[in-house]
Ligand binder design. Structure first.
Ligand code: ZN
Length: 400
């Protein structure tokens, strides 16, 4: 994290006129919206935490930077407006030096009912960058070195990350365009399959198509990190095999602990690690549950971390908590039809929570570090899982 972040108090779109240039929304508070717990440490551990945060380069594989409106009744209108508000205030307190920002999370119903419409995606990247370019805290990362620069300069490097490709048909030139627009990480498909492969919500996984193989090759040539978080199992295995570079799961958990499609089987995790990839543990509400901790909290999330760490070793695990600012549970309710996280009734029964205690929004990322200290992990191990593993893969794929 370095020595505190350079945050001037900027808020999104403050260079435009509300009501005249855009419709304003009353947004959820970025910090302290709910009573999420901070992992308690004793005095010695607390000092170690402070030191570790200061010296480590901290990177998350998957978060969402936007702030939701306070009223869930306004969510649809917010997403249709084509304009997002970034949680600069909360991010400045997160301890993150960098994160992959899942820009198109399947909800961006901006100009067309198809969230993966090419115009939607280009619109979203452009409008995001227009806001970023009016402040100094966040900047777009295009090389691994940018995370180190952010750490040195008290800023935050954001990776433009698409969870699936937009509709490009067989026009792979458009992948070059996405790279040019700053995209450095992309899924081969979102939950519903496409012309490249099958998604985790598809009944039958047909694997990577011929066009999918061509997409993987093109992403390798350009230097776009491939994410298989939302791909089906067979498609995932074929992507890993086909890719010249390591592949990542930016946000998921272990199916051995919680049997849903959204979680990954051991086979995928093992092959991904063999190829040098990194697996990001997620914390979106009701995803990374376990039988021991079916009430979703930091404890269930960290069980997934420990399972994956034991399976493939400390060099292949990271965190992609998949948090955002505002009521994430209400968001799932409003957009359940688009998200295809799991089928109704899938997975063991579990209590419904209002938020994930201990990892509610991106400003709570440092809680992971506190938990790891408390559970006996060494500084070296913590350094790897909160940043170095991601840096290694980023350097290999993007250079610098
Ligand atoms: Zn996702």
């Amino acid at each position: 994290m370095g020595r505190g972040k350079r945050y001037s108090g900027y808020t999104s779109w403050s260079f435009l006129e509300p009501c005249r240039d855009f419709k304003p929304f009353k947004l959820a508070p970025q910090v302290g919206r709910v009573r999420s717990r901070v992992v308690e440490l004793d005095k010695v551990e607390e000092e170690r935490f402070q030191e570790l945060m200061e010296k480590s380069v901290v990177v998350s594989l998957h978060e969402h930077s936007f702030v939701l409106p306070e009223d869930p009744g306004e969510f649809v209108e917010y997403f249709r407006s084509g304009r997002f508000w970034v949680g600069y205030e909360g991010l400045a307190r997160s301890g993150l030096d960098g994160f992959f920002d899942g820009l198109l999370n399947g909800l961006a119903l901006i100009r067309s009912p198809d969230p993966w419409d090419w115009d939607n995606v280009v619109h979203q990247i452009g409008i995001y960058r227009a806001d970023l370019d009016h402040q100094d805290l966040l900047f777009v990362a295009t090389r691994a070195e940018d995370f180190l620069r952010a750490h040195r300069e008290g800023r935050i490097a954001v990776v433009i990350h698409l969870e699936g490709p937009p509709r490009i048909g067989d026009d792979l030139t458009k992948v070059d365009v996405l790279y040019g627009l700053g995209v450095r990480c992309m899924g081969v498909t979102y939950s519903r399959g496409n012309e490249f492969g099958s998604g985790l919500a598809d009944r039958v996984d047909r694997g990577l198509t011929d066009l999918g193989y061509a997409l993987v090759e093109r992403m390798n040539k350009l230097g776009i990190l491939i994410d298989i978080s939302h791909a089906g199992d067979r498609t995932s295995l074929e992507v890993i095999e086909a890719s010249r570079d390591p592949v990542v799961v930016t946000h998921a958990g272990a199916r051995a602990l919680w049997p849903t499609r959204r979680m990954k089987p051991d086979e995928v995790i093992l092959v991904l690690a063999e190829k040098g990839g990194v697996f990001g543990i997620e914390a979106a509400p009701h995803t990374t549950l376990t039988r021991r901790n079916p009430r979703h909290s930091i404890e269930s999330v960290m069980e997934h971390f420990q399972y994956v760490e034991k399976l493939v070793g400390i060099d292949h695990v990271a965190f992609g908590l998949d948090t955002l600012f505002g009521d994430h549970v209400a968001l799932h309710r409003v957009f359940s039809a688009y998200l295809s996280i799991s089928r109704p009734g899938e997975g063991p029964e579990h209590p419904v929570v209002e938020y994930v205690d201990g990892l509610e929004n991106p400003s709570e990322f440092a809680n992971v570090v506190r938990w790891l200290i408390k559970h006996g992990y060494s500084d070296q191990e913590i350094g790897k899982v909160i940043g170095e593993n991601v840096l290694r893969v980023a350097k290999r794929v993007w250079g610098g």
